[in-house]
Design a protein around this ligand. Structure first.
Ligand code: NAD
Length: 492
């Protein structure tokens, strides 16, 4: 299986190669097979990309928002027309089952281009401020060259969630995907240009943790939007602070999902499973601390076990497969080591707990980076598996007795990305989410992030928001103009 792109980078409207850059091997997680060989960006490539973006941005910003929006909406149409091809590429890049990528990855990227392409004509309006005989007005103006740095769990979605609002607002973008998933963003760049995007406005360069800082420290970059882990976020925010760049940080989490005894049990279990096993657990907003009210604990666990053991693990390209491999060998080892910690700490293993032995991937090698969907019960707040982000299909179930107690325990974490509550009592639902410290919260559902709603974290999970009109604020700034209507009266 091969997915070799034309070249490693897409700059100024075309594919560009520079073989001096370190080799990045793209492995298909289901088999470990090398499917593409690319090169990390050299400093010369970075200069080329940022110079192209800088050159192209003023004319783009000068276009009418409707004209900019029309191109983004066309890109959304092309993405939908090519959904299967893009979904297969996303599956090769990440190992996520085609059953998921076909409904969740390119389609959510397309939603983003469609939404921002549509709202932009009205989304960048300023205000008029009466000041007696004088007045002032504000304008929303683009920032200039924006850098996007992606994680590996939703490569195409992240490339679009950053690209769409940035471009809609009149900026240019240089995007660096994760070194684990270098392929999808190049296709997004291709499609944008096919849709009519002028060259230089959306550039993709490859690289890893050594490449990222070259972008973040570049003096011609106005903003950096990172999706990644908290330690990376701290480094990128510190580097960006050196030159006072705008930053958006979409970081990790250890989110609470609270199930009260009056909840619809099957929905709560379904929510908890989606919020732990979708994308093989590699979702930042996952509700990995599932607090279950003691009275329904046994019932909850027995149905959860039953449903979890029916999950179909296997070849991601098979439409029946519900759970694919982890993205990489290293990530699989990290998850397995957390599972070992959970066992050693005395949590009760309900199901899973290792590598599935019946998986043979589509080349029959059996080399994929698979982990069983795993549920631990009797997890206590002090256990490592309840405190640290695992980023794999490992659910921790904790017991609780009353509302005040569970709110305090849910909030006792440095993270604040998401939270969820399942209850039949709607006033309790609202009362509880009101007190939970998180940026994105759900009542009686979990992990739904349509483009219409703001998405992002609080506390150590980050700041800034993606999606919705809120994202436009993070890709633009206000310009205020005071207009004097009379003579200037100076005291001297
Ligand atoms: P990571 O932090 O290792 O890497 C993220 C990106 O940052 C990669 O492209 C990497 O090359 C780059 N990078 C690493 N060091 C850098 C540096 N010093 N300067 C600039 N760039 C640097 O994260 P990952 O392992 O790719 O992804 C998993 C993490 O991402 C998890 O913690 C997950 O919760 C988080 N995540 C958050 C969201 C969100 O929206 N909040 C979404 C998806 C993933």
């Amino acid at each position: 299986m091969k997915a070799q792109p034309i070249a490693s980078h897409f700059i100024d409207g075309e594919y560009v190669e520079d073989e001096d850059g370190a080799v990045i091997e793209s492995l298909y997680p289901a088999t470990g097979e090398v499917i593409a060989r690319l090169h990390a960006a050299t400093p010369a490539i970075i200069e080329k990309a940022i110079a192209a973006a800088k050159r192209a941005q003023p004319a783009w910003a000068a276009m009418s928002p409707t004209a900019r929006g029309r191109i983004l909406k066309r890109a959304a149409e092309i993405m939908r027309e090519r959904n299967r091809e893009l979904s297969e590429l996303e599956t090769l890049d990440t190992g996520k089952p085609i059953q998921e990528t076909i409904v969740a990855d390119p389609t959510s990227g397309a939603d983003s281009f469609e939404f921002f392409g549509g709202v932009i004509a009205a989304g960048m309006n300023g205000s008029y401020i009466p000041l007696g005989s004088d007045f002032a007005y504000t304008k929303r103006v683009p920032l200039g060259v924006c850098v996007g740095i992606g994680a590996w769990n939703y490569p195409q979605q992240i490339a679009c969630w950053k690209g769409a609002p940035a471009l809609a607002a009149g900026n240019a973008m240089v995007f660096k995907p994760s070194e684990n998933t270098p392929l999808g963003a190049l296709k997004i760049a291709e499609i944008l240009h096919e849709a009519g995007l002028p060259k230089g406005l959306y550039n993709v360069i490859q690289g890893d943790r050594n490449t990222g800082p070259l972008l973040v420290n570049h003096p011609d970059v106005a903003k950096v939007s990172l999706t990644g882990s908290v330690p990376t976020g701290r480094k990128v925010a510190a580097a960006a602070a050196g030159s006072l760049k705008h930053v958006t940080m979409e970081l990790g989490g250890k989110s609470p999902l609270i199930v009260f005894e009056d909840a619809d049990l099957e929905s709560a279990i379904g929510g908890a499973m989606l919020g732990n096993f979708y994308s093989t657990g590699q979702v930042c907003s996952n509700g990995t601390r599932v607090f279950v009210q003691r009275k329904i604990k046994d019932q909850f666990l027995s149905r959860l076990k039953e449903r979890t053991e029916k999950i179909i693990i296997g070849d991601p390209m098979d439409e029946a497969t519900q759970l694919g491999p982890m993205v990489s060998f290293d990530q699989r080892q990290k998850v397995l080591s957390y599972i070992d910690k959970g066992k050693a700490e005395g949590a009760t293993l309900i199901t899973g707990g290792g590598i599935p032995n019946h998986v043979t991937s589509n080349n029959g090698s059996g080399e994929g980076y698979y982990v069983q969907p795993t549920v631990f019960a009797d997890v206590t707040d002090d256990m490592v598996i309840a405190r640290e982000e695992i980023f794999g299909p490992v659910m921790c179930v904790l017991d609780f007795d009353d509302e005040a107690e569970v709110i305090a325990r849910a909030n006792a974490t440095e993270f604040g990305l998401s939270a969820g509550v399942f209850t039949a009592d709607l006033s309790r639902g609202h009362r509880v989410v009101d007190q939970l410290e998180a940026g994105t919260l759900w009542i009686n559902t979990y992990n739904l992030c349509p483009v219409e709603i703001p998405f992002g974290g609080s506390k150590q999970s980050g700041f800034g928001r993606e999606n919705s009109l809120a994202a436009l604020e993070h890709y633009s700034e206000l310009k205020t103009v005071y207009v004097g209507m009379g003579k200037v009266e100076a005291p001297y």
